[in-house]
Design a protein around this ligand. Structure first.
Ligand code: AP5
Length: 215
């Protein structure tokens, strides 16, 4: 999956993986899980990764590739796999080609979710995440039943550190510079599928499924 920060990749990945019984690998989720783990056991590379993430910068390619390689079992999932937030640089995209070849699997499509920037920023600034079960809400479009409390597990909702305005600006700029070039990369491979990311999550999922089925 490609698309600017906050465009709704995680929301779509959850819906699609449920629908297709596919494995969902989100590199952002892996880093956030490391953040809540025991800080004494973080490797120096992971500690650096968390600093970069907090600022809205990309984690070093070598660190990202290491965590993806540790999870290649995901690529053999019987329902297929969805890569969310990876690759994000040309170097990662080229390394992914090698990993896929080694694992004897291939990509069916690269879904590129598109939406006007102002709407993306509003999705990011209104996002709230459960600190415990990681469910995702939005203060306007998908509020919890009780303010700041997770419907699913009853624990507190938090705003991600990288959803604060300064980090959002860095993330958007980084996306344009490092990740947007992947649109061309996948178009040249004949894998690019562009999807309008406006409308309800279910409408967008339906749009994605229609595109996938037509391939
Ligand atoms: P990551 O977690 O991948 O963040 P991101 O790409 O910035 O994407 P987000 O999770 O912010 O947004 P999303 O598109 O998933 O939107 P969501 O569905 O939540 O990465 C975080 C950081 O980790 C990076 O900045 C980097 O530091 C590091 N990192 C990760 N992978 C890396 C890599 N490969 N290389 C280097 N560094 C890496 O939706 C957003 C909000 O909108 C929610 O509130 C949701 O409820 C709402 N919403 C969603 N869909 C709709 C809809 N249709 N209508 C209305 N509201 C909606």
């Amino acid at each position: 999956m490609l698309g600017a920060p906050g465009v709704g990749k995680g929301t779509q990945a959850a819906l699609l993986s449920n629908h297709l019984h596919a494995c969902h690998l989100s590199t952002g989720d892996v880093f956030r899980a490391a953040k809540s783990a025991d800080q004494c056991h973080l490797s120096p590379a992971m500690a650096q990764a968390l600093i970069a993430m907090r600022r809205g910068e990309l984690v070093a390619d070598a660190t990202v590739l290491q965590i993806v390689k540790e999870r290649t079992a995901c690529l053999s999932c019987r329902g297929g796999f969805i890569l969310d937030g990876f690759p994000r640089t040309l170097e990662q995209a080229r390394a992914l080609q090698d990993i896929l070849q080694e694992q004897h699997v291939k990509l069916d499509a690269t879904l590129d979710y598109e939406m006007p920037l102002a709407e993306v920023v509003s999705r990011l600034s209104g996002r709230r995440t459960c600190g415990t079960c990681k469910a995702v809400y939005h203060v306007q479009t998908h509020p919890p039943k009780v303010r700041d409390i997770c419907d699913l597990c009853g624990n507190a909702l938090i705003q991600r550190e990288d959803d604060k305005p300064q980090a959002v600006a860095v993330r958007m700029e980084t996306y344009q510079r490092s990740t947007a070039p992947l649109i061309d990369f996948y178009a040249k491979l004949g894998l690019l599928v562009q999807i309008k990311a406006t409308g309800s999550p279910e409408e967008i999922m339906q749009r994605s499924m229609t595109q996938l089925e037509s391939r």
